[in-house]
Design a protein around this ligand. Structure first.
Ligand SMILES: [Ca+2]
Ligand SMILES: [Ca+2]
Ligand SMILES: [Ca+2]
Length: 450
């Protein structure tokens, strides 16, 4: 992390070696640039007619003598402009280096030969990052007879920029609402491309690429200030981008365009750290119909069936109930009578009034009643003959009331969401055991009906 919040300074030192005999030197500009602007440093030498036919070879060296903490590079452009016939800088510039990164203590040297009627060696210092002191030396060798040499050094203060960085998260937007939430994990190994952009912020080229880490994070650091775009690449499998810019909090939304995976322009100031560039993805879940057993759970009235029968099948009978109205949850799959094993998929209503009992099943959207089996009576459960005696049973098929809808997953007219039963002639407290086979659309696994 670079954002130490302090500007550092880069000093470009120009050393100039110029012939003294026949070549008088040097006029030199010294500029403190605005950050991000370029600086041209002109060196000029007046040619001496006596050596007009000689040649001059320049050795241009640039090195970074950074002295602050950390070893950071400078970025510079170096252009050599040979002189025109009259000694003005009208010749064709020779680009020695563009966007060169010079590490601390690294020296880079170019040799340039030109006419002695020189000269404008030109240092175009575009920008440096985190560097305290850098230096560009010019060494001119006037290769005539006799040969002369000259040299010099100048300091040019240059304000430099700190690195910026950009990140940071690709997550599985399980509920597809476009918001990063607890329980929605990062996605590992997603390709993230960093694009340079033109003045209109149209993508130009991929300048860096990386994969998200084990927790779904990525970070492009050591960036120059400027504009960028980020491109997220969907992993293999049925992945989709979630919606862009959901909600009002940019720190937990998704920046990827759902169609292209590319973000809008991201503008980084020097030293900035923008970690709000995230992308949500989700996987299309194929839904299948599956059936499950369900029982009404009558809260304080619920009694496990296994209190009365000789097996351990889950389910409840509910009572004793005096006349009145009751509303209970309908649980699917609450194995071992543990509610947290199950899912509430609807309600069961019991209305007992003037000896008449009405029981209504209502299942939630996404579910359908396949079969209903109901016990209503003064006993806890119905009885069946076993030898010479009668015993309670919790087998729904033995319950006296019920219905079957012949559920068909491809025929929505068979998807019943309610079932109602009414009968009169009851007296005293009653028990109600309400069982159903319910169909629900769930994540597909093997052996399900799609
Ligand atoms: Ca979400
Ligand atoms: Ca965001
Ligand atoms: Ca983030």
């Amino acid at each position: 992390m670079v954002g130490r919040g302090k500007w550092r300074r880069l000093v470009i030192v120009l050393a100039v070696m110029v012939l003294t005999l026949g070549v008088a030197v040097p006029a030199m500009s010294q500029v403190t640039p605005v950050v991000g602007n370029s600086v041209d440093v002109f060196l000029s030498v007046t040619p001496n007619t006596q050596y007009r036919d000689g040649s001059v070879a320049y050795t241009v060296a640039a090195f970074n003598a950074g002295f602050v903490e950390g070893a950071s590079p400078a970025w510079i452009d170096v252009t050599f402009t040979p002189p025109g016939p009259d000694g003005t800088a009208s010749g064709t510039p020779v680009v020695l280096a563009t966007g060169l990164r010079i590490e601390v203590n690294q020296v880079i040297t170019w040799n340039v030969t030109t006419n002695p009627e020189l000269l404008v060696p030109l240092a175009h210092i575009e920008e440096g990052v985190g560097v305290a002191l850098a230096k560009v030396d010019y060494y001119a060798r006037y290769d005539a007879t006799p040969a002369y040499y000259a040299s010099g050094t100048k300091n040019i203060p240059v304000t430099v920029l700190e690195y910026a960085e950009l990140g940071d998260f690709v997550w599985n937007d399980l509920d597809q609402d476009g918001i990063q939430e607890a329980g929605e994990p990062g996605i590992e190994g997603v390709t993230v491309n960093l694009w340079s952009v033109d003045e209109l912020c149209a993508p130009v080229a991929i300048i860096d690429t990386m994969l998200t880490d084990a927790n779904g994070y990525f970070l492009f650091d050591s960036l120059k200030a400027g504009d960028y775009k980020v491109q997220f690449v969907l992993p293999d499998g049925d992945w989709f981008f979630t919606m862009q810019y959901a909600g009002t909090d940019d720190t937990i939304d998704s920046n990827a365009n759902p169609a292209t995976g590319i973000t809008d322009c991201v503008t980084l100031a020097a030293g900035a750290s923008d970690l709000t560039i995230d992308a949500g993805m989700y996987q299309m879940q194929e839904l299948c119909w599956a059936d499950e057993t369900a029982w009404a759970y009558g809260d304080d009235y619920a009694k496990p069936n296994w209190d009365y029968v000789n097996n351990r099948f889950w389910g409840w009978t509910n009572g004793p109930l005096s006349e009145g109205s009751y509303e209970w949850d309908l649980y699917a799959g609450a194995g071992a009578n543990i509610l947290s094993n199950g899912t509430v998929i609807g309600k069961v209503y019991v209305d007992y009034e003037d000896g008449c009992v009405t029981v209504t099943y209502e299942v939630d959207e996404g579910y359908a009643i396949g079969e209903a089996h109901l016990w209503v009576g003064n006993d806890v459960l119905p009885k069946v003959k076993r030898g010479r005696t009668s015993v309670y049973t919790n087998a729904p098929g033995q319950f006296p009331y019920g219905d079957s809808y012949g559920f068909d997953p491809v025929d929505s007219s068979t998807w019943e969401s309610t079932w109602t039963w009414t009968q009169c002639g009851f007296k005293g407290d009653i028990y109600v055991a309400a069982h159903a086979v319910v169909w629900g659309q769930v994540e597909c696994t093997d052996n399900m009906i799609e």
